[in-house]
Write a protein that binds this ligand. Structure first.
Ligand code: SR1
Ligand code: MG
Length: 423
């Protein structure tokens, strides 16, 4: 199969015949296609994902479809998202080595990426639902975010390189459009594809849609998302985009990559930890999850702390871009000036991060794309109780983001809301 043949979706039945001559794949798994075993394992919203095992190894073949898999061909989506995913992965590997799967091959025409099969990794979201406490995720993800977000910005890059990249990723229009609508607007009106646990959440949903302060804040955040082309984002950094073992963490699926605000990836990620926290009450069939809840709040503290510390370290050691040049500060003996600018920047990232986290919580409960943390709670009343608390938390941090000063403050609030008896 070459990049010149017309696009055709792979299937379990056709994959070996179509990729049997692919040198990169054969070199990793063996060229005897009779021994290949193919499984389709994609459980995301958009793409096909195959695991192909051969005599000498295994690999993942990920292929974009010309539509949204979750919805069907009534919602077309360009294949070029695979191009953005490939280019984002190569940049993430350069900026945060070892944090993403190795790429074996990219075929733009067939919108497919052949990459390293991560085993025995599982999706982080699944591990958190199972109540597993992974020791390294806060450190690994905090470092990943600081390194990719700092090194993809004008704080570090040569400005001509950053501008070329900005132009390249600016074409990821349709995936940005998904985020712009699904995250920042749809949850706050009666959008066609919305759904929520009903009737249990009906009253709360009506209250949120009538909440002027919340809607204004959500639109302010959308404005920042669309207008603040600060760095190359992962763009969809939730716990379903991270694969883990007890000792390893890898980020996957950056097809939503584009130039946006540093705070977006951080907020989306922390929102998913807070949702995992609020969902634990729904997963207590085999025992209390008090320790898991404490662990999840600790993870938010450590992730933010690692992100802040590494970002500050890079600010002091790798600030080679055209922003806040050393010639204006350190080179004139004004280290304090550089520290002051860093403080201002981190303060802004903090406040915007809280806002992005708040709306991410809302969209996962009120919009089209829900998450398994809540969805796997079979008892609808119990699910709604967990969701209602998360909604309340999300509203508070989005609207009050400029008045909240520490992650301990946020977590004290989360714990208070989680223990409330009434919703
Ligand atoms: C129609 S796509 C819905 C969601 O799935 C992806 O993982 C993104 O989070 C997107 O918002
Ligand atoms: Mg994805």
């Amino acid at each position: 199969m070459t990049g010149k043949s017309p696009f055709e979706a792979l299937s379990v039945e056709t994959l070996a015949a179509r990729l049997g001559a692919n040198e990169a794949l054969c070199s990793h798994i063996g060229k005897d296609t009779a021994r290949w075993k193919v499984r389709e394992v994609g459980d995301g919203n958009l793409n096909l994902v195959f695991i192909v095992e051969g005599a000498t190894g295994a690999a993942v073949v990920k292929q974009a479809l010309p539509y949204v898999r979750l919805v069907g061909d009534s919602w077309p989506l360009p294949l070029k998202r695979s191009f953005f995913e490939y280019h984002a992965l190569t940049r993430q590997e350069a900026r945060a080595p070892g944090s993403v799967p190795a790429i074996h091959h990219f075929d733009e025409g067939q919108a497919l990426i052949i990459m390293e099969y991560l085993s025995p990794h599982i999706i982080l979201r699944r591990a958190l639902i199972e109540g597993r406490q992974l020791p390294n995720i806060a450190r690994d993800i905090g470092l990943f975010m600081a390194r990719t977000l700092f090194r993809g910005s004008d704080l570090h890059m040569a400005t001509q390189d950053r501008k070329a990249d900005l132009a390249l990723f600016a074409d990821n229009v349709e995936l940005c459009d998904i985020t712009e609508n699904l995250v920042f607007s749809d949850p706050y009106f009666d959008a066609k594809m919305n759904r929520h646990t009903s009737p249990q959440l009906d009253r709360i949903v009506a209250e949120l849609r009538a909440d002027r302060d919340l809607k204004v804040e959500a639109q302010r955040l959308k404005h920042i998302f669309a207008a603040n082309a600060e760095t190359l984002l992962h763009g969809d950094l939730h716990s379903g985009s991270i694969m883990v073992t007890d000792s390893e963490t890898r980020m996957i699926d950056p097809e939503f990559a584009f130039y946006g605000p540093i705070a977006f990836d951080v907020g989306m990620l922390l929102a998913n930890f807070w949702m995992a926290f609020f969902s634990q009450r729904g997963h207590e069939q085999n025992g209390k999850r008090d320790a898991m809840r404490a662990y999840l709040l600790d993870v938010t503290v450590e992730t933010w702390s690692v992100f802040r510390t590494e970002f500050s370290h890079l600010w002091r050691t790798e600030r080679t871009g055209m922003l806040y040049q050393k010639s204006l500060f350190e080179d004139q003996g004004d280290r304090l000036g550089a520290e002051q600018a860093l403080d201002h920047m981190l303060h802004q990232v903090w406040a915007d991060m809280l806002g992005f986290a708040g709306v991410e919580v809302h969209r996962r409960i009120l919009g089209l794309a829900h998450n398994a943390d809540f969805e796997t709670i079979a008892n609808a009343d119990l699910r709604a109780t967990c969701e209602a608390k998360a909604l309340k938390f999300g509203r508070h941090i989005a609207v009050n983001r400029r008045q909240i000063h520490s992650i301990d403050e946020v977590n004290t609030l989360a714990a208070l809301i989680e223990r409330e008896n009434r919703i």
